[in-house]
Design a protein around this ligand. Structure first.
Ligand code: FES
Length: 397
């Protein structure tokens, strides 16, 4: 009979963000002391503006990051069985489909006859029985198989089994749809890729969340400037003073790398309340705002009663497709709930993300070539950026 190791039980029952909450409380206490705003242990750093505008640098990122790593392309609840979604991702025409068997698959949205787009509607979920290429009407099932060829007598010996849509390696984990944009890449293991964040997503119930709304928009900024904005809290009470800034302490946060990913807690005005609560009640949504960076280009923000998934998909060094997906614990049960979620989406998507964060990113992008800054400065409150760009340099060169 195996002896029960109580230390293992204690570790297993601890939420993955427990230790980070301890550090966040310590940081709150430290900031309350007269010397608490000094952090002499961390030196200033700086970034080369060229990483945001250089075309050759961007091509390296496209090849080494965006064509090789699993990218999160959406949430399974966005696609009902019998629906498809086409989207250009980093220059690759991608088709997500959910066949009647309920399985989500990712394909290249490229006809196997002469390469036309099979689904021309972009960025909208479409309900389809099958996919008919508009050029010569080759027809594909939602599982990608080639089902029909008009005037098949013109293609003697055509092996239809070898002319299905090219599949991209893909997997669904915690409801999130991941794919690699290279059809020749091997199978992907998302649990391994997520590492320690896999436990967070399980604990938060990501897979049980429901799709509420999505907004995809192309903005004139480098993709990393957007990621940078979500990795530091220095700006929150300042840039967001008129929207959400008052919910947060000024620049109090704690972060820990999880492989190349990041787990990050930002102190809300309610964070101090957890001192009176048992640890199992500490909520990374109510008592802080948790942020995950899923390397390289996904940011997940855990608001008090919903989740924002943000995907940054570059189309050029100075242009990015920004996709904000709002996930809620349930579907709106009535009109009051619908009004609540709609207002939340409007506040976060229109006012905060697009109206404030992305607007500043576009301003920075325009200023990069002006010659004003030969380096961009990072203070100690922006240390996550230093870590993120260090990881990018290791992977993308
Ligand atoms: Fe699609 Fe011809 S290119 S049917």
């Amino acid at each position: 009979m195996t002896m029960l190791d109580t230390s293992d039980v204690a570790v297993a029952s601890k939420a993955p963000w427990h230790d980070l909450f301890e550090r966040l409380l310590a940081e709150l206490d430290r900031r309350a002391t007269p010397a608490g705003h000094r952090d002499s242990a961390v030196e200033m750093a700086s970034l080369d503006p060229a990483i945001y505008r250089d075309a050759a640098h961007f091509e390296r990122e496209r090849a080494r990051l965006f064509r090789r790593l699993p990218l999160c392309l959406g949430h399974i609840d966005q696609l009902e069985p019998g629906s498809v979604l086409a989207r250009e991702i980093c220059g690759v025409p991608v088709l997500l489909s959910r066949a009647r068997d309920g399985e989500v698959r990712a394909f290249l949205n490229v006809c196997r006859h002469r390469g036309a787009r099979v689904l021309t509607e972009q960025d909208v979920v479409c309900h389809r029985q099958s996919l008919v290429c508009p050029y010569h009407n080759w027809t594909y099932r939602l599982d990608g198989c080639l089902a029909g060829v008009p005037r098949a007598d013109a293609f003697p010996g055509l092996d239809k089994a070898r002319r299905g849509l090219r599949a991209l390696p893909s997997a669904v984990r915690h409801g999130l749809i991941f794919a690699v944009l290279d059809p020749d890449a091997g199978p992907i293991d998302i649990a391994s890729y997520l590492g320690g964040l896999d436990e967070d997503l399980e604990a938060i119930g990501m897979g049980r969340h429901r799709f509420y709304r999505q907004h995809a928009v192309t903005r004139a900024t480098n993709w990393k400037l957007i990621v940078d904005a979500f990795l530091e809290v220095y700006h929150v009470t300042r840039l967001h003073a008129g929207t959400i800034g008052s919910f947060f302490h000024d620049s109090v946060s704690a972060a820990e790398p999880v492989g190349r990913h990041l787990r990050y807690l930002v102190a809300r005005e309610t964070t101090g309340e957890i001192r009176t609560l048992p640890a199992e009640c500490w909520s990374p949504q109510r008592h802080a705002t948790m942020v995950h960076l899923v390397f390289p280009n996904s940011v997940i923000v855990y608001h008090p009663d919903y989740i924002s998934h943000l995907g940054m998909f570059p189309t050029a060094a100075d242009e990015t497709l920004f996709v904000h997906t709002m996930l809620t614990p349930d579907r709106p049960a009535d009109e009051k709930a619908e009004t609540h979620w709609a207002r939340s989406f409007e506040l976060m998507d229109t006012a905060v993300f697009n109206g404030e964060d992305l607007a500043v990113c576009e301003q920075i992008q325009r200023g990069l070539s002006s010659g004003a800054n030969d380096r961009l400065l990072l203070g100690h409150l922006e240390r996550n950026l230093r870590w993120f760009h260090g990881n990018l340099a290791e992977v993308a060169g």
